[in-house]
Design a protein around this ligand. Structure first.
Ligand code: ADE
Ligand code: ZN
Length: 319
């Protein structure tokens, strides 16, 4: 039986498997620039974050209707259940869909329809986190937050993703302040490719409660000290770091050193369809590559619930 765990860093659009992409393309009359699922998979050779994002945003063209978003979420939940996931905090990128004329109502409607019955069908509790694309303007992020207001009963928090370098967290100060006034929880990608200073800035300026990735913290002992002192959770994604060339090979991932330093580490899949594994596969991969013992894996699983936005009593039930 896989270890029960929570997944805290998962882009629902990054769970779009080639087979479903072709099915949705046929259903919606969208022509993909790939002849087959094999050809599409062969294109998954990334040199950095941007090279991945180009393909990721391109493939989203197949997502058009509420049913498409419900099918996408259902497919993820079925896979996640097999991997021991009991709770998932799921990112989505509404700006990438609204740019194609797909409404917030379609996106949130489809996703939340699938999530509404996730506990009874898959034994997985879920929350939704709406991400802003940091390589778009702060005004666009604010408009997106406004567009989401009618749906805030179904959205727990906000996040910040897409191309990191050159788009520091402070650009989104006002949007995060407004999100706070609306009662939303806050996370942000920081320190995936960007400098450790972005991690500090996300904490100080955006007042985030968790850091998504936080890998580059290890370059600055003062940032590590701060993260340890305040026990800020990091949602690490080791397979993503290898595929996007932040590190050369999994054996060189600093997860062990990060845990030893006292950082509150969690392990997640990021975009599992693109990076070669869902979260259970990621646990196995780091166990093998880094020689983690069962106690270390149990700590990572325990951390995932501790770092979640579940209330204490819900957390106990999910575990
Ligand atoms: N969007 C989807 N996956 C992402 C990642 N790993 N980093 C930033 N933005 C993303
Ligand atoms: Zn991510």
């Amino acid at each position: 039986m896989p270890l029960p765990k929570a997944e805290l860093h998962l882009h629902i659009e990054g769970t779009l498997e080639p087979e479903l992409a072709f099915e949705l393309a046929a259903r919606n009359g969208v022509t993909l620039p790939y002849a087959s699922t094999e050809e599409l998979r062969r294109a998954y050779l990334f040199t950095d974050l941007q090279s991945f994002l180009d393909l990721y945003y391109g493939l989203m063209a197949v997502l058009r209707t509420e049913q498409d978003f419900a099918d996408l979420a259902d497919a993820y939940l079925a896979r996640a259940a097999e991997q021991g996931v009991r709770h998932a905090e799921i990112f989505f990128d509404p700006q990438a869909h609204m740019a194609r004329g797909v409404s917030m109502e379609t996106v949130v409607g489809g996703l939340s329809r699938a999530l509404a019955t996730s506990e009874e069908r898959f034994g997985i509790s879920t929350l939704l986190i709406m991400c802003f694309l940091r390589d778009q303007s702060a005004e666009s992020a604010m408009e997106t937050l406004k567009a989401a207001e009618p749906y805030l009963n179904r959205i727990t928090g906000v996040g910040l993703d897409s191309a990191e370098v050159g788009h520091p967290p402070a650009k989104f100060r006002e949007v995060y302040e407004e999100a706070g006034r609306l009662g939303l929880r806050k996370v942000a990608h920081a320190g995936e490719e960007g400098p450790p200073a972005y991690i500090t800035e996300a904490l100080d300026v955006l007042k985030v409660e968790r850091i998504d990735h936080g890998l580059t913290a290890m370059r600055d002992p003062a940032v590590v000290e701060r993260l340890v002192r305040d026990q800020i959770p990091l949602t690490l994604c080791p397979l993503s770091n290898v595929r996007l060339r932040a590190i050369d090979i999994l054996e060189e991932h600093p997860l062990r050193e990060m845990m030893a330093a006292g950082l509150l580490c969690t392990v997640n899949s990021d975009d599992p369809s693109y990076f070669g594994g869902y979260v259970g596969d990621t646990f196995h991969a780091v166990q093998e590559a880094l020689g983690l013992d069962h106690e270390a894996l149990r700590t990572l699983a325990r951390n995932s619930f501790r770092a979640s936005f579940l209330e204490d009593d819900e957390e106990r039930r999910a575990r």
